[in-house]
Structure formats: structure tokens, C-alpha cells
Write a protein that binds this ligand. Structure first.
Ligand code: HMG
Ligand code: MG
Length: 301
């Protein structure tokens, strides 16, 4: 690779398939199959798996059994089994289930915030305060998501300044990292460049991760821009599962198989065994009765 681009030796992958993927699948997956999915992902080498969420089960019925999933998985040391928690009730449920760490989720768009978590951006920050307090007391790390960083299904374009403001607020309240969500996958290398140019100087690349949905097929290109800015953490979903229930038309995250294939080709380590990962994705898609969204898995038949 060109030395001037300064790519890293290793990148860590945040596997979000069991949460972001399955939360939007119409076919239900049994608790046992979810447990097998998480265990398969860890066996394939993933070291951070977002295993479920503790939200209102009336809003997201697919995640209603997250507590059982957390309790039934055979844990591997040094693996982070993370949970999404919108409020203190969610945090308490996550702790009862034995989540290793939690994530709070805000948005850079007011309309999306209302549709997704039923409150304004500033109200959401207030709701997170007791979560941050409780997490600090329990010694639990908190990740912060910001949705709609490159576009909103209700408001269209989002100003980088809006993303900067909410990201800074989450970091200030104690999140160790911000995952920048291109929730509807409309971003391009151009808009990603503009966003990171506005964010990286003050927030620093080491505190940012990228979470790209692949609706417009731009995710890998967008991630490459992120790598060039020094970002070393990438969220992805095995088989490109899922989407967002509050973002019509949004497809799943970029497929983990495709991210691993690209990084391997660049000589960047991920610790993931690609063949094993493809098998996990194929097996899960069979159970869901859907086609994989991973180009790598499709090419390998
Ligand atoms: P609300 O209705 O405003 O909450 O919902 P509330 O505090 O008024 O409570 C209403 C009811 O919900 C009560 O029950 C609470 O107990 C219950 P009732 O008294 O009516 O029987 N409740 C809960 N139950 C279980 N666990 C909880 C919980 N909290 C309240 N934690 C709330 C607010 C946030 C709860 C709701 O809007 C919700 O659950 N939303 C789900 C949002 C969600 O999961 N969206 C998908 C994930 S975000 C995403 O995908 C984007 C991301 O991937 C990044 C990207 O791509 O951009 C992260
Ligand atoms: Mg997402």
C-alpha cells in the first residue's frame, strides 16, 4: 500500500449482526439460534459482539429475548458481549443479563430521534445521564451511537455541525467512543470526507468508529475514507443482516465478510477467519430463509 495513506496494521470489528441485524428481520429466529449465531461469530474470531438490546419489547419484539440470549451463551474470556440500552431500565436489564458493556444511542436528526426513541435529542441526552452514572458506579464502559450522520429518512441532509454537537455531548458525559451511524446508507466517500474533516480534528480518530449501512452500495468505499482519517474501529453485520425499523428503505449494515475480505487484501489484520465467518452467515441466512447480502459469500457460493 502507499505509505502516504498510512493504513493501520490492525482494525477491530464490532459485530452488530445479532442486534442491528436481527432487530429488523421479519422472520423470527429462536433464542437457541441466536445463541448459536453469537457463539459462531466468536468462534470465527470476532472479539466484540453486540449481542442484543434492552429496549421496549413492544417497539422491537425481535429483541424481547435478549436477556435469555445473554444468559445462555457460553462466554469466551476477553470477548465483549455488548447491549444497546436506551435508558436506566434498559441498563438494569442489561446488567441482570450479564452484558459486558452497553451502548446508548442518540441521533443527529430531531425527527429520527422522535421516531426511534420517542424524545428530542436533548431529552435523550438527559435520559442517558442516569445510565452513565450507573455505569460509572458499576465500572461498565459505555459506547455512544449517533444515527443519521450522513442523512435522515425524514429530514434529508444533516449538517456535520449537528453530528459534532451530539457526539461531543456523548463524549463529555463519559462515552469512550462514538460510533457514527450512516443509518440509511446514503453517504458517499464525498460526504464521509466532509463529515470526518469536520469531526476528526476535535474529536480525534481514536474515539470514533464507523457504522455504515449499505443501502446504496457505498459502505466499503466510505469505510476506506474512514481508514484514511485514522479510524480503526468498524461496525459490521454478518451476511449484511438487518436494517433500521425506523428508517424505511434502509438495508443492513455492510457485511462483515466483505469488510474482512477488503481489510485482508490491504494487509490489515482483523483476527477473523473468513471461511468460518462465511459459514456462520450462510447458516444464519438459511434459518432466516433469506439471501445473504455479503458479496463475498455470494461469490463463494
Ligand atoms: P417511551 O414509550 O417513550 O418510554 O419509549 P417510557 O419511558 O414512556 O415507557 C413506556 C413503556 O415502555 C413502559 O411500560 C416502560 O416500562 C417501558 P408500560 O408501563 O407501558 O408497560 N420501557 C421499557 N421496557 C423494557 N426495556 C426498556 C424500557 N424502557 C421503557 N429499556 C424507548 C422510549 C426508548 C423505551 C422506546 O422508544 C424504545 O424502546 N425504542 C426502541 C428503539 C430501538 O431499539 N431502535 C432500534 C435501535 S437504534 C438503531 O438501530 C440505530 C443504530 O444501529 C445506529 C445507526 O444505524 O444509526 C444504533
Ligand atoms: Mg444501525
Amino acid at each position: 500500500m502507499s505509505a502516504s495513506l498510512n493504513y493501520p496494521k490492525a482494525v477491530s470489528i464490532v459485530e452488530v449482526g445479532p442486534r442491528d441485524g436481527l432487530q429488523n428481520e421479519s422472520a423470527p429466529l429462536s433464542t437457541g439460534d441466536k445463541v448459536a449465531l453469537v457463539e459462531g461469530l466468536v468462534d470465527a474470531g470476532l472479539r466484540y459482539v453486540e449481542t442484543g438490546s434492552f429496549v421496549n419489547p413492544r417497539w422491537i419484539p425481535q429483541m424481547a429475548d435478549s436477556g435469555d440470549v445473554f444468559q445462555q451463551i457460553a462466554r469466551v474470556p476477553d470477548v465483549t458481549y455488548a447491549a444497546l440500552t436506551p435508558n436506566l431500565k434498559g441498563f438494569d436489564r442489561a446488567m441482570d443479563a450479564g452484558a459486558s458493556e452497553v451502548a446508548v444511542f442518540a441521533a443527529a436528526s430531531e425527527s429520527f430521534s422522535q421516531r426511534n426513541i420517542n424524545c428530542s435529542i436533548s431529552e435523550s441526552i438527559e435520559r442517558f445521564l442516569p445510565v452513565m452514572e450507573a455505569a460509572k458506579t458499576s465500572g461498565v464502559k459505555v459506547r455512544g451511537y449517533v444515527s443519521c450522520v450522513l442523512g435522515c429518512p425524514y429530514e434529508g441532509e444533516i449538517a456535520p455541525a449537528a453530528v459534532l454537537k451530539v457526539s461531543q455531548a456523548l463524549l463529555d458525559m463519559g462515552c469512550y467512543e462514538i460510533s457514527l451511524g450512516d443509518t440509511i446508507g446514503t453517504g458517499t466517500p464525498g460526504s464521509m470526507d466532509t463529515l470526518l474533516n469536520a469531526l476528526v480534528p476535535s474529536l480525534t480518530a481514536g474515539r470514533l468508529a464507523l457504522h455504515c449501512h449499505n443501502s446504496y452500495g457505498q459502505a466499503l468505499a466510505n469505510l476506506l475514507v474512514g481508514l484514511q482519517y485514522g479510524i480503526r474501529r468498524i461496525d459490521s453485520s454478518v451476511a449484511g443482516l438487518g436494517g433500521c425499523p425506523y428508517a424505511t428503505g434502509a438495508s443492513g449494515n455492510v457485511a462483515t465478510e466483505d469488510v474482512v475480505y477488503m481489510l485482508q487484501g490491504m494487509g490489515i489484520q482483523t483476527g477473523v477467519n473468513l471461511n468460518a465467518l462465511v459459514n456462520v452467515g450462510t447458516d444464519c441466512c438459511k434459518k432466516l430463509g433469506r439471501e445473504t447480502q455479503s458479496a463475498v459469500a455470494k461469490a463463494r457460493g
